[in-house]
Design a binder for this molecule. Structure first.
Ligand SMILES: CNC(=O)[C@@H]1CCCN1C(=O)c1ccc(Cl)c(COc2cccc3c(C(F)(F)F)cc(C)nc23)c1Cl
Length: 248
């Protein structure tokens, strides 16, 4: 029957997505486990809180752009992604890359003290006070906390990230049919490994997370617009070019 043939393809598909995730995930989970109790001192927190709004936004934008570049690399190795048209690849990345950054952030989150890896140590939400967008940071922390609580394996995070990215109901796709075929194969890959891990119950939780991601990222985009209107100079001159390309 075809099954062994498609299963082999399915294993190959999952293996290439997991490999790409591992090669583009910026930090290995084991590395961050070792750092999880490296916290900022009171003085260091004070330094971050004394930064001006645009200084702190610029500081974060550099890191976010860095993280987005790793997600672009990850996307390029998802089987079928590079067969899509350039415009469709950009359309998927324009909306999906920040969502994958958020999924990946959950790997750098410590649920015991609600801190996230930032600038080499683990930071609480108070470190980001000078951004003047407490609701965004609260939402980022809450999402990272809830994602972390699912205790996904690296394989599950890899396939989930690919599914977040290859999303047919993104606006302005040229060839939705082709994106649908790639999405279907990634979906099968995720169900395949959840079945293997005996965790099929995670599937509907992951679909709920995808819905949360979408509302979270539309909030981010409007914060980004607020910031670039409030501080046009910083937004237009200092944000690394990729950031402008993807989010401007
Ligand atoms: C290892 N570190 C990491 O994984 C994260 C992801 C990329 C780099 N990075 C951090 O250093 C980091 C970790 C935690 C937090 Cl809360 C932050 C600050 O996050 C943000 C500040 C400003 C705007 C942000 C926006 C907005 F609005 F631009 F879309 C959106 C997201 C999601 N995060 C924003 C950052 Cl920049």
């Amino acid at each position: 029957s075809l099954y062994p043939h498609s299963l082999r393809n399915m294993d190959e598909l999952c293996a290439s997505i997991v490999r790409s995730h591992r090669e583009t995930s910026q930090y290995r989970v084991e590395e961050l486990q070792a750092l999880r109790w490296k916290l900022f001192s009171r003085e260091e927190i004070q330094t971050y809180q004394n930064k001006s709004v645009d200084e702190m936004w610029q500081h974060c934008a550099i890191r976010l752009t860095d993280a987005v570049q790793y997600v672009v690399e990850f996307a390029k190795h998802i089987p079928g992604f590079r067969m899509l048209s350039q415009n469709d690849q950009i359309a998927l990345l324009k909306t999906g890359s920040m969502e994958v950054v958020l999924v990946r952030m959950s790997r750098f989150f410590n649920t015991e003290n609600n801190t996230v890896f930032f600038d080499g140590k683990f930071a609480g939400a108070e470190v980001f006070k000078s951004l003047a967008c407490g609701d965004l940071i609260t939402a980022v922390f809450e999402f990272a906390h809830n994602m972390c609580a699912l205790k996904l394996t690296e394989h599950q995070i890899a396939l989930f990230s690919a599914l977040v990215l290859i999303n047919t109901d993104r606006p302005c796709l040229e060839d939705r049919g082709r994106v649908q075929r790639v999405q279907k194969s990634v979906e099968l890959g995720l169900t395949h490994i959840l079945h293997r891990d005996n965790q099929e119950s995670l599937m509907h939780k992951l679909y709920q997370k995808m819905a949360e991601l979408r509302s979270l990222c539309s909030m981010h985009m409007e914060k980004l617009r607020w910031f670039s209107q409030r501080y046009p100079l910083t937004a237009h001159s200092l944000f690394p070019p990729l950031y402008k390309e993807l989010f401007a």
